[in-house]
Design a protein around this ligand. Structure first.
Ligand SMILES: [Zn+2]
Length: 313
């Protein structure tokens, strides 16, 4: 039986038909009907049917989604796509598709994809990290996702940034209600906001960026400025690398991963893979650190591939 993975994102919904060997046969994507839960269900069902029509038979379906299914209630929690919050996504999609489906957090799906046949294949434990609009993570041990009683394994993005000092405290406010979460520093918007705070003129009105020909509008632009030799953008990238090193060191101390795979938009920053492991040793309780930090093998297909891998061969 074929396998279909669906990545239910905040801006797009992507689905892929995957062969038994992990080869993606066909992918399709549409914009997410933002804020419209019934339309989201319909679109997921339509994408599955579209892929099945090309395949010629029914498939097993796995869904990667923001947040988690609460073991206490069966309803979606922790999702930044708020129209999913409190919904019985599993039951509702099973009703639309007429079969049992499997669900997992989107970062968990990314981690599973890279652990099964990606950049961390053949290693264990694996910590898969999403550094994008948000910061998430998943843990794979011996090829299987780590599941705990709260369905939050690997969710390091809402821990406080370790070793915060000076103006890192109490840290920026987070949508989760706390301050100084790892996500508020290490996400794409977090990196941009940190750069803008650091380059804000002390002479101008509060919150106004300094007059400059180089005021970036995204984390990618900060990185591009740094690559072009902009000193302040370079400083911002160095702060980001040290914070990522501190944050990953605390994960290494707990689960001792063989490989950490980065995903999400910021995983494209090449300097992370050399600089962060050079910085993390002082924060790790070990004489030698063998953990490797690597880029993803499957790029942005990790979400749909991991969702399909929720059904083992
Ligand atoms: Zn938070």
């Amino acid at each position: 039986m074929g396998r279909i993975g669906v990545d239910l994102g905040g801006t797009k919904i992507e689905a892929a038909l995957m062969a038994a060997d992990g080869h993606v046969i066909r992918r399709t994507r549409r914009p997410t009907p933002a804020g419209d839960y019934p339309a989201t269900l319909t679109l997921v069902a339509d994408l599955v049917k579209e892929l099945e029509a090309g395949h010629g038979s029914a498939c097993r379906v796995g869904i990667g989604h923001p947040g988690a299914v609460s073991p206490a209630t069966g309803l979606i929690k922790n999702a930044n796509s708020t129209c999913l919050l409190g919904q019985d996504l599993k039951t509702d999609l099973e009703a639309r598709l007429g079969r049992e489906i499997r669900l997992a957090n989107d970062a968990d799906c990314f981690a599973l994809s890279e652990a099964v046949d990606g950049a961390a294949a053949g290693t264990s434990p694996v910590f898969g990290v999403i550094l994008g609009t948000g910061v998430g993570g998943g843990v794979v041990v011996d090829g299987k996702l780590l599941h705990g009683p709260n369905a939050i394994a690997g969710e390091w993005g809402h821990n406080p940034l370790p070793g915060g000092t000076g103006d890192e405290l109490p840290g920026p406010p987070c949508y989760c209600g706390r301050h100084g979460c790892i996500e508020t520093f290490l996400s794409g918007p977090g990196l941009l906001a940190d750069h803008l705070r650091a380059t804000t003129s002390t002479d101008g009105p509060a919150g106004e960026p300094a007059a400059s020909a180089a005021t970036p509008a995204s984390a990618e632009e900060v990185v591009a400025l740094a690559a072009g030799g902009d000193r302040e953008a370079g400083d911002s990238l160095r702060r980001h690398e040290l914070r990522l090193a501190r944050a990953l060191a605390s994960v290494i101390n707990i689960i001792d991963p063989q490989v950490i795979v980065l995903g999400g938009g910021l995983s494209k920053i090449d300097s992370l893979y050399d600089n962060v492991p050079r910085l993390w040793s002082p924060f790790i309780f070990s004489d030698h650190v063998a953990t490797r930090l690597v880029p993803p093998r499957h790029g942005d297909a990790g979400g749909v591939r991991g969702a399909a891998w929720l059904w083992p061969a």
